[in-house]
Design a protein around this ligand. Structure first.
Ligand code: C2E
Ligand code: CA
Ligand code: CA
Ligand code: CA
Length: 285
């Protein structure tokens, strides 16, 4: 049986697809929940870092931290395989806290080693964003680690903030007051009202990979990407392109004056040692 089954269940068709093995699917999900619960204590979670590159200078201006699970039996598990389960069970709260803490400690460690510091972004889940303790948790982590807040960036999605606009706006104001910066992730895939966007204290729009991957062959994808960059700039926000894989896409983004980009073209997400080596190289350039 495969761990991908849990994903199938997420999509709501597992019981049809796997009817003869239904108990296996349920068993798999339960076993995974038990494993995930222990994963934190056992130190099986880790972060990879994907550099964010300035389009003009070609320099690293930041990175996004992406969680992975080094499972003792199943090997490296991508977040798409366990974040939905974590979200459903509430395990995302301790996991999300670990992610934030780990990022702050890592930045401190780079600081100690004398590297020029760049902001690191964490992905927040919907449940984390709605959690009453979010602000206090982040405040405590910043205090405990002594990290300058501007070095921490939080990525939110449109669907997270459009669910309850009033509450979301308040939470975002409080986060902004802490001094951390905010990015809207997967931008263009949800529905956000431009009117709300104006009132949210976000610093950056991240153009979803689906538009970037089609910019060369699909004029409507190119139009959406161009518009997002224009909206970002007219509101005084940064535009970041996700999932840049080709020189052609990069050239397109350069022509639209996009600010920065992430993607396999420059680098996949890297293990901390590899990303540190990249920072070291950058600092001696
Ligand atoms: P995301 O936030 O949209 O992250 C970008 C995903 O695109 C990452 O997948 C990254 O490895 C991948 N990617 C980057 N460049 C390219 C590219 O050029 N081409 C292609 N095809 N893919 C690229 P990953 O690491 O598997 O993460 C998947 C999703 O899991 C993330 O999507 C995010 O929603 C979630 N996630 C990751 N880490 C965390 C976390 O710490 N907390 C929460 N709540 N969610 C997380
Ligand atoms: Ca993200
Ligand atoms: Ca701000
Ligand atoms: Ca994204």
């Amino acid at each position: 049986a495969d761990i991908a089954m849990y994903q199938a269940k997420e999509e709501g068709n597992a019981f049809r697809l796997y009817a003869p093995e239904m108990n296996i699917v349920v068993h798999e999900a339960m076993e995974m929940e038990t494993d995930l619960r222990r994963a934190l204590d056992r130190g099986e979670l880790l972060l990879h870092y994907q550099p964010k590159i300035d389009l003009d200078s070609g320099k690293i201006t930041g990175a996004e931290a992406l969680v992975r699970w080094q499972h003792p039996v199943r090997g490296m598990i991508a977040p798409g395989m366990f974040i939905p389960l974590a979200e459903e069970t509430g395990l995302i709260l301790p996991i999300g806290e670990w992610v934030l803490e780990n990022i702050c400690l890592q930045i401190k460690s780079w600081q100690t080693q004398g590297f020029p510091l760049v902001p690191i972004a964490a992905n927040l889940s919907a449940r984390q964003f709605r959690n009453d303790e979010l602000i206090a948790t982040i405040q405590r982590i910043l205090q405990d680690t002594g990290l300058p807040p501007h070095l921490l960036e939080l990525e939110l999605t449109e669907s997270m903030i459009m669910r309850n606009v009033q509450t979301a706006a308040e939470t975002m104001q409080e986060l902004n007051a802490l001094g951390v910066s905010l990015a809207l992730d997967d931008f263009g895939t949800g529905y956000s009202s431009l009117n709300y966007l104006r009132r949210f204290p976000v610093d950056c729009l991240k153009i979803d990979r689906s538009f970037i991957s089609d910019v060369a062959d699909d004029p409507s994808a190119a139009a959406v990407a161009t518009s997002i960059i224009a909206i970002a700039h007219s509101l005084g926000l940064q535009a970041v392109a996700e999932g840049v894989e080709t020189e052609e896409q990069l050239e397109f983004l350069r022509q639209c004056a996009c600010d920065s980009y992430q993607g396999y073209l420059y680098s996949a997400p890297l293990a901390v040692e590899e990303f540190t080596a990249m920072l070291r190289q950058e600092s001696t350039r």
